[in-house]
Design a protein around this ligand. Structure first.
Ligand SMILES: Cc1cc2nc3c(=O)[nH]c(=O)nc-3n(C[C@H](O)[C@H](O)[C@H](O)COP(=O)(O)O)c2cc1C
Length: 284
């Protein structure tokens, strides 16, 4: 991490880019796409160093820095992580997997050290730590992408929390919140269309927007971009061999997402709450 003197050196007000001007920061953000196939090229230590610096510079709630990062680059360990994280091949292919852990162990420690009773055993602390870990993860992703690397976040680190904890040696008050696979991209699937702004952004007062027109339009855009080509979420209740009643031209984000939310995939993390209780993260 650059020292504080370096980071705090006086600098002129960042001139910024005028709207519409060429802007490499926005270009990078707008070009974001997840990458799920990597070459076997390694991530140089100098690049990893900068990614970790950027992660640690992320804003953090009350400056509590309630997360830790486990850098996983041991090939055998990556295979084990892959096996318990949905078996997605990119997890063992990537050069490095950063596991961002929500971590309140340091906070508990400094309270105990002083003999103060830890009173932050409430759900807000869980949200704060989860938020911190995910913000740091995003900073790391942007930093890696700025150096030309591909990235994919990995919520599947929460598929089997006890095994994940054992594999990485995570103690009480620490759980794997989100992963970030980094490597040289071996695919380019392009950017995925996002929901229309009209249904996601409102001004001054929440307005759910024109769902009846926006969602079908979004489905058309998603289909045109081929986002779900060759990919279907299983439909709950469909007997083996029974034909899927939804035609290709009707399968889009709405159908896919509704199936995900109502399908067996939802059983995967049923025990997460109880696990978090055991880890010392209060849910009340
Ligand atoms: C918190 C979080 C967890 C994610 N977990 C996974 C994952 O476990 N596996 C995966 O393939 N993609 C994962 N992704 C990537 C999303 O699927 C991806 O961001 C989304 O489909 C939008 O695509 P894009 O990133 O290419 O725009 C995750 C993304 C986020 C933000």
């Amino acid at each position: 991490m650059p020292n504080d003197d370096d980071l705090n050196r006086p600098r002129p007000r960042f001139p910024g880019f005028a709207p519409g001007d060429p802007n490499p920061v926005l270009d990078l953000l707008m070009a974001h796409r997840s990458v799920r196939a990597f070459t076997d090229e390694p991530l140089p230590e100098a690049a990893l160093d900068q990614v970790l610096n950027a992660a640690q510079r992320a804003p953090t709630s009350s400056n509590m820095q309630s997360y830790s990062i486990v850098v996983v680059d041991d090939r055998d360990l990556l295979k084990q992580v892959r096996a318990i994280c949905g078996d997605q091949p990119f997890v063992s292919q990537c050069a490095v997997l950063l596991v961002f852990c929500s971590d309140i162990s340091r906070l508990v420690h400094i309270c105990e050290q002083r003999g103060y009773r830890f009173r932050a055993d409430q759900v807000n602390t869980l949200l704060v730590a989860h938020g911190d870990a995910n913000l740091a993860c995003l900073n790391a992703a942007v930093a890696a992408q700025s150096m030309g690397y591909g990235t994919c976040m990995l919520g599947n680190v929460r598929n089997n929390p006890p095994e994940m904890s054992d594999l990485l040696g995570l103690p009480k008050y620490v759980y794997a919140s989100v992963g970030l696979a980094i490597g040289v991209a071996d695919e380019d699937k392009g950017t995925k269309p996002r929901l229309p702004r009209s249904v996601m952004v409102s001004r001054n007062r929440y307005d759910p927007g024109p769902l009846d027109t926006a969602l079908p339009a979004y489905d058309r855009a998603v289909r045109a971009a081929g986002v779900y080509d060759g990919r279907r979420e299983p439909l709950n209740g469909l007997a083996p061999g029974q034909e899927d009643p939804v035609a290709v031209e009707d399968y889009g984000w709405c159908e896919h997402t509704a199936r995900r939310l109502t399908g067996a995939v939802q059983d995967r993390r049923r025990d997460l709450g109880a696990f978090l209780d055991g880890k010392g993260f209060s849910r009340t």
